[in-house]
Design a protein around this ligand. Structure first.
Ligand code: HSE
Length: 397
């Protein structure tokens, strides 16, 4: 199978490396060689082992032998246009581009279906963790009720460095960038946007209808400080950036926010660049997926898995897709009660509050409240008791 790679950055060069290094073993497994016919990138790579670089997308589009293109450019422009044209020309597209899948996936799946090809995106969620295919295939007997996960390697790396090594936020972010985990603009990681796209993809796939990532309530980790880390530790919890989605009242509730996890929760022990996804199926109960959520070779490994899947299933609809949803399908206000972490100053501390020695400041866990009640609870403390609410994060049940 002749493939083209579009984008020779962190992931694209990883895909090239795996296809070269494992050429023999892949050919043995699949009975066919995978040949890289073109690599599209505006930069020059004079020292690369590959000699098939081009700056012209048409070289790929017009090569009738190219069966599958790998889009690892990231962003919507020009990836969206390239993907549409490739699918329309009857070429499969494999991507790690979560932004594109989360925003234009519904349309791209339809174009792929009409042209008898597949648009595959295993690498768009959880880096190297196989989660898209298992969700569609291995859990097919179940009705999926809930998904929660640590879905961003950069922020999990930053939080781990802060919690375990007392590193500052900026120092930890630099480490994530040096390791090739962070997005070009790391605000997409830090502000929760990347996690939001990933939970939208998982929820769309698991529940069958499109969840619009731009409408998911999203909060990143910039409000998490070393003090919050200390308070949560004393309360018996760990703080993580969590994307979650569940079926609720005929629709889907989804959110992204730093949340407190009891130390016994399987997601609580997931550190550094590792991601974890917990999925609840109606028959199987909870299942966990765990692995490296970002980085060159882990992400490339998921891309190559999709290429192999296409190769082994030529002409078949692999059914990694969803359909459009109606207005009101996405619920953004949580109506299931949850406990909250409150960090406050002033007033009198409840008996179970903890302190880290900051004057007048303490933290505690509230009784279970629905989201609207939690908002009122905090407002009441400020307005009636003259207290200052410094932080309020939900506790993951
Ligand atoms: N920036 C992303 C992360 C890359 O840190 O998880 C993988 O999607």
């Amino acid at each position: 199978m002749k493939v083209a790679i579009m984008g020779f950055g962190v992931v694209g060069s990883g895909v090239g490396k795996i296809l070269l290094k494992n050429a023999e073993s892949i050919a043995k497994k699949t009975g066919e060689k995978i040949e890289v016919g073109h690599i599209l990138d505006l930069r020059d790579f004079p020292d690369s082992e590959f000699k098939c670089f081009t700056k012209d997308f048409n070289d790929i589009l017009n090569d009738a032998e190219v069966e599958t293109a790998v889009e690892v450019m990231g962003g919507v422009t020009p990836a969206y246009d390239f993907t549409k044209r490739l699918l329309s020309a009857g070429k499969n597209v494999v991507t790690s581009n979560k932004e594109l899948v989360a925003t234009h996936g519904t349309e791209l799946f339809e174009i792929a279906r009409k042209n008898g090809v597949n648009y595959m995106f295993e690498a768009s969620v959880g880096g190297g963790i196989p989660v898209i295919k298992p969700l569609v295939s291995c859990l097919a007997a179940n009705e999926i009720t809930e998904i929660s996960g640590i879905l961003n390697g950069t922020t999990n790396y930053i939080l781990t460095q802060m919690i375990k090594n007392g590193r500052s936020f900026d120092e930890a972010l630099r480490g994530a960038q040096q390791n090739g985990y962070a997005e070009k603009n790391p605000s997409a990681d830090v502000d929760g946007i990347d996690t939001c796209r990933k939970i939208a993809i998982l929820a769309s796939l698991a529940f069958g209808k499109y969840v619009d990532c731009t409408r998911i309530k999203t909060r990143g980790i910039s409000g998490v400080t070393l003090e919050d880390v200390k308070y949560t530790d004393r309360l018996g919890y760990v703080i993580k950036l969590i994307g979650c989605a569940r079926r609720e009242n005929g629709g889907v509730y989804a959110s992204v926010s730093p949340m407190l996890l009891p130390k016994s929760d399987p997601l609580a022990g997931i550190d550094d660049v590792f991601n974890g996804v917990k999925i609840n199926g109606s028959f199987v109960g909870d299942v966990m997926f765990y692995g490296r959520g970002a980085g060159k070779l882990p992400t490339a490994s998921a891309v190559v898995a999709d290429i192999i899947d296409i190769l082994e299933n030529r002409g078949k609809d692999l059914k990694m897709s969803w359909t459009d949803s109606e207005d009101g399908y996405l619920i953004t206000e949580d109506e299931t009660p949850a406990k909250y972490y409150l960090r406050v100053s002033g007033g009198s501390a409840p008996a179970d509050a903890v302190s880290i020695g900051k004057d007048g400041e303490y933290a505690y866990i509230t009784p279970a409240l629905i989201e609207a009640e939690a908002k009122q609870y905090a407002e009441k403390l400020e307005e009636e008791k003259n207290m200052q609410v410094i932080r309020q994060f939900k506790v993951l049940q």
